[in-house]
Design a protein around this ligand. Structure first.
Ligand SMILES: CC(C)(COP(=O)(O)OP(=O)(O)OC[C@H]1O[C@@H](n2cnc3c(N)ncnc32)[C@H](O)[C@@H]1OP(=O)(O)O)[C@@H](O)C(=O)NCCC(=O)NCCS
Length: 153
């Protein structure tokens, strides 16, 4: 089944995607905060090409400074992993940002010094999307290591 990437907000659908990913998004308060963010931040949704109401992935952006953006949230519904949906979302984001003159895309994820098969897969995904690992910092987003990756646009 093919997907399209659209600029649209749908907090409820984002909540359902996060609920399908308990290994990554298992803290109810954090998920509620992402759902609220999904209503206010620039939002890209991956939708089924035949049924645009079927939302299978999301990317949210945060702007801290004009020349860069943070990929604040990226998630693909559990039953649709490894179909190229994450790649399509990051590709659409990168292409829009490049066109807007933004130079760098950054993302925070759990760092390699914390053992987790799920986040090892997440890091492999980002490295495959041309992100470069920049630095690992302790206790900036949670009570453990955060890896910051950047992708020149
Ligand atoms: C990370 C995530 C967004 C990737 O989305 P996806 O649609 O499954 O990934 P894609 O199919 O687009 O993968 C693109 C490429 O990334 C790499 N990749 C993706 N998943 C991988 C894995 N589990 N192990 C190793 N490489 C992987 C591969 O090179 C893949 O290309 P290929 O399938 O042709 O080999 C998705 O798996 C997800 O939602 N994970 C849980 C939530 C999460 O980690 N969010 C980010 C938190 S910071």
């Amino acid at each position: 089944m093919s997907v399209s990437v659209v600029r649209r907000t749908d907090p409820e659908a984002v909540g359902a995607i996060l609920a399908s990913l308990p290994e990554w998004f298992g803290i109810p308060e954090a998920n509620a905060s992402y759902v609220a963010d999904a209503g206010r931040l620039p939002s890209y949704l991956a939708v089924d090409a035949d049924d645009p109401d079927d939302v299978v992935g999301v990317a949210l952006l945060a702007e801290h400074f004009p020349g860069s953006r943070e990929l604040h949230l990226l998630a693909v519904r559990r039953d649709r992993h490894r179909e190229g949906i994450g790649r399509a979302l990051v590709g659409a984001v990168a292409s829009d940002l490049r066109e807007a003159g933004v130079r760098l895309l950054e993302v925070h994820t759990v760092g390699p010094s914390h053992e987790s098969a799920g986040y090892a897969a997440t890091r492999a995904f980002y490295l495959a999307q041309d992100f470069v690992a920049l630095t690992e910092l302790q206790r900036i987003d949670w009570d453990g290591p955060t890896l910051i990756l950047v992708r020149p646009l």
